[in-house]
Design a protein around this ligand. Sequence first.
Ligand code: FES
Length: 320
Amino acid sequence: MTTNIDNTLIQATVTRRDDHTDDIAVFELAAADGSALPVFEAGAHIDVVVGPELIRQYSLSNAPGATSYRLGILNDPDSRGGSRQIHAELKAGAEVQISAPRNHFPLAMDAEHSLLIGGGIGITPMIAMAYALKAAGKSFELHYCSRSQSKAAFLEELEREFGDSLTLHFDDAGEASRIDPKALAAARPGTHLYVCGPSGFMDWVIEQGKAAGLPDSQIHFEYFNAEVDISGEAFEVYAETSDVTVQVGPNESIAAALKAAGVRVQMSCEEGVCGTCICDVSEGTPDHRDHFLTDEEKEDNDQIALCCSRAKSSRLVVDI
Ligand code: FES
């Protein structure tokens, strides 16, 4: 028994690999059979099948409309294995299974001005967005925050393509290089703010955007990893379609409790950021811990991320 997602995979070949820094590699992928890859929009990501039960999401960083996909991947020492394995095994000529692009992070193309802020490897979706905005002749600025110049990827391309629209912020370059998202967001009326990067950085930029007076509808973000606290009081879950009832322990996820009872939940990130494990709720009140559902969707309480969220009620009924 699984959640209902599109499992169609594409066999792809790594046509090129460039190591931009000592921990960021850039991969270009094409369809292994030579056919055109599905078109994508700025902000889209793909799943990469790293191994059995190991699927990771990466943003497409090239210009929308390209026939290949380009990924920038950080070899993250804190990763649970995905990026480390990709860095070790994915050389030019290697084959890999990927999903078609999905876009949970679309641009509002009618915005008066777009403020794109990428922290570290979170620059990748911002590059595709900057290309889309530039091609459409829209007003935008691109800010790339990195610990240092030597840790930053894509620099030559960004400077060449985006010129005056690009500002670089390096932590080791002193106070003058620091970004002030609140001032930037407040500077232009009708600004839409986009942010991607480490979760603490994103939380801070989002807060700054709110403090500048931007409504939630003008603040856009996509988390790629997050610290999730799955602990709490025990509760009961009834999996309606499977007709299985489980007790979810204080430090256990709903997905883990269901798996132990033979109900398999399709998962990917296991950190509440990708949306793969989202399931409908027909009874009870979820205690949302994910970064995927919007605030409005969370208030509706009719969906839940089974990998990390819990229950405020003593019992939940979920559609799996
Ligand atoms: S598996 Fe990614 S949100 Fe649950």
